[in-house]
Design a protein around this ligand. Structure first.
Ligand SMILES: NC(=O)c1ccc[n+]([C@@H]2O[C@H](COP(=O)([O-])OP(=O)(O)OC[C@H]3O[C@@H](n4cnc5c(N)ncnc54)[C@H](O)[C@@H]3O)[C@@H](O)[C@H]2O)c1
Length: 341
């Protein structure tokens, strides 16, 4: 590796859920990090005092140039963005602004300041969910996002590919499936109260923060009729970021990789596992499930084909166990409720 492998990684959105876990993974590996975050959904406390923190927007070119110049960064992990699908349907321009326009501004500043490698948080929402059927989705599956959030991410993917081709910037596009769980040592987790993520909402429900959990549709073509998703532990995802940065160190060009485990669980299975974790950890009874109609835009099954990430990065997930994911998410949610974090 060359000397830039020792320069701090600039993490946008590092005060948020996934960015803070990637930061921890880098620190655990002995690499340094610098965080820029506007704290719109992130928490200042997610970034330890040892990590330089800059409060600001990713489209503030002056700030980005100053950070890169002062710290000698050559690598960027770009997590900052807006992530709530229903909100993107109501406020599409906000999503195109924050996810696409601001990413373009960030990229410009990065290129002007000598950034060599760029890792981007994309999503399974770029795929044609309706056409997915029961098959795992490979990276070359049909791309047809069903909402402005997914489209904003796909537009940014395209922009990155064009920029990489024109400039030699090395780019990794990581398409996350359903990210869940929390750091095993309790150092970070998902702070934001407002969420559409099933496991977080289920944990909020068993803790009494939510009165019930909605189950959107039970007549899908899946084994129990509820939607199937591929849940990936946030710590395994964080380590994929460290690994892909090492890959970019050695390899030019652009890589696109799914981040999931390659198998899915239904909504019913997830809720059963969270109930079980709550019974064991808190002695709590089962949560109240409220069956409802299908939600527009929900595909029956979204599961990642994962051979590319496993082979290219030799990525070996350590937390591929729904019980472990649910238990860590519940422990984190309880800490938040008790105010210990
Ligand atoms: N959570 C998931 O399941 C999931 C799935 C697929 C993709 N993603 C992607 O992963 C990334 C991180 O998601 P997350 O779950 O950690 O969300 P998050 O809301 O916890 O983190 C996003 C962070 O970015 C910051 N931010 C937002 N806009 C900013 C801006 N313009 N300038 C500076 N900071 C800004 C927020 O304050 C927050 O700290 C997002 O890009 C999201 O689209 C997440």
């Amino acid at each position: 590796m060359n000397s830039s492998a020792h320069s701090p990684v600039l993490i946008t959105g590092g005060a948020g859920y996934i960015g803070s876990h990637a930061m921890l993974a880098l620190l655990d590996q002995g690499r340094a990090a610098v965080v820029v975050d506007n704290l719109s959904t992130g928490r200042r406390g997610a970034v330890p005092d040892s990590v330089p923190f800059y409060e600001g927007n990713v489209d503030d070119g002056g700030l980005i140039a100053k950070i890169i110049g002062e710290h000698g960064c050559r690598d960027v992990m770009h997590f900052a963005g807006s992530i709530i699908v229903p909100e993107s349907v109501e406020k599409p321009l906000d999503y195109y602004q924050n996810n696409v326009v601001r990413s373009a501004q960030l990229l410009r500043a990065c290129l002007d300041s000598g950034i060599e490698r760029f890792v981007f948080s994309s999503t399974a929402a770029v795929y044609d969910g309706d056409g997915a059927g029961q098959r795992p989705l490979a990276e070359d599956a049909v791309l047809a996002p069903a909402n402005p959030y997914g489209r904003s991410k796909l537009m940014t993917e395209w922009m990155l590919r064009d920029v990489a081709a024109a400039t030699g910037l090395r780019v990794a596009v990581l398409r996350y499936f359903n990210v869940a769980g929390a750091d095993g040592a309790g150092r970070s987790g998902q702070y934001s109260k407002v969420t559409s993520h099933l496991i977080k909402r289920a944990c909020q429900t068993v803790l009494g923060i939510q009165p019930h959990i909605d189950v959107f549709g039970d007549d899908y073509a899946t084994p129990d009729g509820t939607c199937v998703r591929d849940y990936i532990h946030v710590t395994d995802l964080a380590w994929a970021h460290v690994a892909v940065l090492n890959h970019l160190q050695e390899n030019a060009g652009t890589v696109t990789m799914n981040c999931g485990y390659g198998h899915g669980y239904s909504v019913t299975q997830v809720l059963d596992v969270v109930d079980q974790a709550a019974a064991e950890m808190l002695g709590a009874g089962p949560m109240l499930r409220r069956p409802g109609p299908r939600r527009q835009g929900d595909a029956a099954s979204l599961v990642a084909e994962t051979s590319r990430i496993r082979q290219t990065l030799n990525w070996q997930p350590k937390h591929d166990d729904l019980k472990v994911i649910a238990a860590s998410a519940l422990a984190w949610e309880k800490r938040l409720m008790d105010g210990t974090d």
